[in-house]
Structure formats: C-alpha cells, structure tokens
Design a protein around this ligand. Structure first.
Ligand SMILES: [Zn+2]
Length: 252
C-alpha cells in the first residue's frame, strides 16, 4: 500500500512546480512550498518522503487510518477536517487524509526519521542477511512481534506477518531463536508483498474472490483453509496493529 501510494505521489508531483501547499498541522501552518519543484516521492518502509527542491522533505506516515488521494487539479475537493496536507500543481492535487505523521524537515536530516529502519522489503537496497541478523539479535522475542518491529525490517504489516507465519507453519509466539528457516520466512514475506505492491488489495491465497484472499488474517473463528480448525486471534506486542491470527493446528 505504501509503496503504491509513493509511486502515485511521485507520478503526480515529481518534476512539477507546486502551485499550492497547505500543511494543516499547527507547527507547519506557515510553511509554504509554492513555487518549488518536487523532485521525488519515495517510500521507506511505511514512511513516505516527498522531496522538494531546496533540500526540503515532507515526511508523512499513514499509521492506522491515513490515506492519500490524487485528483485532477480542477476537481473540487470537499472540505474536511480530516485533511492534513494538500500539495498541488497545475495538473494534479494530492490530498492527505488523517495522516499519522506530517512533518517538514531538511532532506539532509531524513535519517533522523527513517534512519532507524531495518532493510526495506520493497526497497532497492533490500538486504536479507542484514534483516535476519537483526531479527536474530533478540532470540527470545516472539517472532510475530519481531517481524512487525520496523527496526528489524521495514515494511511488514500485520496482514503479511500473520500470513507468512501460517504459510511457514510457525506459531506467532515461538521465539525467533527457535524458528528454523528464518531466511525463507522473511524472503516469502518479501515475495508476497512484491506480488501485491502494484494493487490496492492484498491477496496471499492467489484467489481474488472476497472472503478468500487470506489464509488466517481477519478470519478469527472461521475454519482453517487447510485443516478446518477454527482460526484464533489474540493481541500480541505493543504496536497499534497488535491483533494476530493463527491456526493452532497448522502452526507450532
Ligand atoms: Zn489449520
């Protein structure tokens, strides 16, 4: 989702001069980027970075409810208190709704907001060995929790975490140090995300019919597609995306 959002923002904004910038966050209320050309829009894990000439970066994060909509410049956008940020040029307007993070910072300081991230699963510099090294550095930690920690590897969300653990038969509470084939597990997460990155939906079963798109995610109480055992769900970890799903028979 974030990868696709970054690409859409890049296509709408990069190489064009901003004719409007409206940052509806008190701290940046007077920030005006009008007249500057956007150089690129990129994703770093779940973070979105919009780089503007003059060494400025607009950093946003969708968190739980955020979204971006890109519309032709002439379209009327309904007023909404949910709008946090508007960036527009002569052709397009990009409107950010309910963004969890909005900040404007020097491009040279991007590392202060994304420098802690582990290797980016969909990034050009993806590094499987480094990602698994980081995961194994806390061997007692539950694997379901470790996979969501963006300092280990950047980009895995709750859906892919639950699905990849099911596909590899691994219980979300198993300690990382006891997971055989951690490399294969992480690589499978990357391949699932890569296969879905250009779509707005997320499918791990290969079946696009509604209700059949995942193995365990969002299926609490429904029968496991492999063994029929009811899928379980429970809270795990400290992140906002804490509910996990698993089959107690297929995963151990
Ligand atoms: Zn099962």
């Amino acid at each position: 989702m974030v990868w696709l959002t970054a690409r859409r923002l890049h296509e709408a904004l990069a190489g064009r001069v901003l004719t409007r910038s409206d940052v509806r966050v008190p701290r940046y209320a007077t920030t005006d980027l009008t007249g500057r050309t956007v150089t690129e829009g990129v994703a770093r894990g779940k973070h979105l970075l919009i780089r503007v000439e003059g060494g400025i970066t607009v950093h946003t994060h969708l968190r739980m409810d955020g979204s971006w909509r890109v519309r032709p410049a002439g379209d009327r956008i309904a007023p909404s208190h949910r709008i946090r940020l508007v960036l527009a040029n002569d052709t397009w307007q990009a409107v950010g709704y309910q963004l969890g993070i909005v900040e404007v910072l020097p491009t040279a300081r991007e590392a202060s907001v994304v420098g802690h991230l582990g290797p980016d699963l969909l990034g050009p510099d993806w590094d499987l060995a480094e990602a698994t090294r980081r995961l194994r550095s806390a061997p007692a930690r539950a694997v379901g929790e470790a996979l969501l920690d963006q300092r280990n590897l950047a980009g895995v969300g709750n859906l892919y975490k639950a699905e990849v653990l099911f596909l590899r038969g691994v219980d979300p509470w198993r300690p990382v140090g006891d997971v055989a084939g951690l490399d294969a597990l992480v690589d499978l997460a990357r391949r699932l995300m890569d296969a879905n990155k250009e779509r707005s939906g997320q499918v791990t079963t290969g079946v696009w019919r509604p209700g059949e798109q995942t193995w365990v995610y969002g299926r609490a109480g429904r029968p496991c597609r492999r063994c029929g055992t009811p899928i379980r769900s429970a809270d795990q970890g400290e992140t906002a995306e804490r509910v996990t799903f698993w089959c107690p028979h297929c995963q151990s």
